[in-house]
Design a protein around this ligand. Structure first.
Ligand SMILES: Cc1cc2nc3c(=O)[nH]c(=O)nc-3n(C[C@H](O)[C@H](O)[C@H](O)COP(=O)(O)O)c2cc1C
Length: 488
């Protein structure tokens, strides 16, 4: 896990909470309208995977409970977790690669509409990701999985030896010695687990991505629309396929890599195909990165260009995150997969309270402001969402007043207290559970455990009707606030 060298400990500082009157008159609680995006207030809960889908990727009762609980807080927008567009097994992560997923998603949309009394717009984040395998046991990898090539034989000076002898020789080498015998990718597969990249164009299915992804995204978006979701967020951020196309590390030679104009080609083709299917009056935006935060990755100049082009193409909103890449992820333990939030780029994505002199709150503000200014200069009014350490009213107001963004995203703070926007709005800010940014939620995500918040997950465990996590030690949703205006 990445640790900032300075290791300065920060306390969240939510500042002064507004009276109900001040909140009512604030920017944060003013509506925003642009093309197909119409929010009652500029509050936004970004996508968060809570690890509650079924093994088949279906909506479960626990998923319904989770989003219902979020919707009681009535944010302007609530984005459903990254949901896979393919019909392939991917563990308990939501999927929508087939029409059989529509009824579950419809139930989810209905639950959110009901719980928020129609105040919250529900979007779903749609994602494609490439294959990643767990870090293998050394013996198994060298003894079985590794494909023995003439290069191994030559480098080991073992021409003429049979495969079993070569494997025995490899097994006898130290990792350092192996680095001279294996290719960089083979060594990576051994020490971190095999991971596909968009640049693996020697693999037919990777070469074919530009031909297949527009239709897959479009079909998923069509299902979201049929299910009654209010819109889709194309996941062009973090460690996944579309962000990898946008990344400056993408050197594909088929017209979809290299210069930024080529790297954005597929994301634009995906968007256009989605638009074709959902029509001109459905909300479609994307989440992408203000900076990859990795060596030789895309930076804020790329993000400005991408933002202008997405706006020009007609997207209804742009949501900016940062970092969260595989390239600098920590080495996983044998049997575990690499997790893209464990390196410096992961820190930039979800900074914790132990930080450097810049601190964990608002690390994405400066780049977001630059991206927004570039989009405005190009003549587009596309609303920008920013997230990253936002947990207080004045901080949120400053984001809007200073032109950093048009909509305020708060992920971990909304997990810590799903009613926090509502409490601010009602003048009850002193009742907010303030996120401590210890990243215990992210630690659970990393272990693929049901995500909860330690600020509430041990509260009133014996209360009637409280559902517990699989380990039986934590409640699955935040206790309901006494003033929650929920319908029964
Ligand atoms: C448990 C957890 C799951 C997350 N899952 C997603 C996801 O599915 N898609 C996404 O774009 N970001 C995801 N994120 C990142 C958040 O949306 C957000 O960008 C990040 O936490 C920084 O914002 P914050 O400081 O307000 O938490 C996740 C974050 C957490 C803590």
């Amino acid at each position: 896990m990445f640790r900032p060298s300075q290791r300065i400990k920060y306390q969240p500082d939510p500042g002064k909470s507004p009276s109900a009157g001040r909140a009512e008159a604030s920017r944060l609680f003013s509506p925003v309208s642009y093309h197909n995006l119409h929010l009652e207030q500029r509050t936004w809960v970004p996508a968060m995977v809570p690890w509650r889908a079924s093994e088949e990727g279906c909506v479960t009762d626990d998923i319904l409970d989770w989003y219902e609980r979020m919707a009681y807080g009535r944010p302007g927008a609530l984005v459903v977790e990254a949901t896979g567009i393919r019909d392939i097994a991917s563990g308990p992560l939501l999927r929508m690669g087939h029409d059989r997923y529509i009824p579950g998603l419809k139930e989810l949309a209905d639950v959110v509409r009901h719980a928020s009394e129609g105040h919250t717009r529900l979007f779903i984040q749609i994602i494609d990701f490439l294959s990643i395998r767990r870090r293998p046991q050394r013996g198994k990898f060298l003894g079985r999985f590794l494909e023995i090539t003439p290069s191994h034989c030559r480098l080991l000076r073992a021409q003429g030896c049979d495969e079993a002898e070569i494997r025995a020789q490899l097994l006898a080498l130290s990792d350092q010695e192996l680095q001279d015998i294996l290719t960089a990718r083979e060594f990576e597969s051994l020490t971190r687990g095999y991971r596909e990249r968009v640049t693996d164009t020697h693999l037919p299915h990777i070469r074919a991505l530009p031909g297949i992804l527009p239709d897959l995204f479009a079909a998923a978006a069509g299902r979201a629309q049929q299910a009654g979701m209010d819109g889709v967020e194309l996941h062009y951020a973090h460690a996944y396929t579309m962000a990898s196309f946008l990344s400056a590390r993408n050197r594909r030679d088929d017209g979809y890599g290299g210069a930024k104009e080529q790297r954005i080609r597929l994301p634009l083709e995906v968007y256009r195909q989605v638009r074709q299917v959902v029509g001109d009056d459905y909300t479609v935006g994307c989440r992408y990165l203000s900076d990859d935060c990795i060596d030789n990755g895309s930076d804020v100049e790329d993000a400005k260009f991408f933002g202008i082009e997405f706006a020009r193409a007609g997207m209804d909103f742009l949501s900016l995150s940062r970092g969260g890449k595989f390239e600098d992820a920590a080495q996983p333990k044998p049997g575990w997969s690499a997790y893209p939030y464990t390196g410096l780029s992961g820190y930039e994505c979800m900074p914790s309270y132990i930080s450097d002199e810049q601190g964990p709150f608002g690390r994405n503000f400066e780049p977001a402001s630059a991206v927004r200014a570039a989009i405005r200069q190009a003549g587009f009014a596309t609303p920008l969402v920013v997230a990253g350490g936002i947990h207080g009213f004045e901080q949120a107001e400053a984001v809007l007043a200073n032109g950093i963004a048009d909509i305020v995203g708060a992920a971990r703070q909304s997990l810590a207290d799903p009613d926090w926007f509502l409490k601010l709005y009602l003048g009850c800010g002193d009742e907010i559970n303030v996120c401590q940014y210890t990243n215990s939620c992210e630690g659970l995500d990393q272990k693929h455990k049901q995500v909860t918040c330690k600020l509430w997950d041990r509260t009133c465990l014996d209360q009637a009707g409280v559902k517990l996590s699989k380990d039986g030690r934590r409640r699955l949703t935040a206790p309901v606030w006494k003033r929650t205006p929920r319908r029964t």
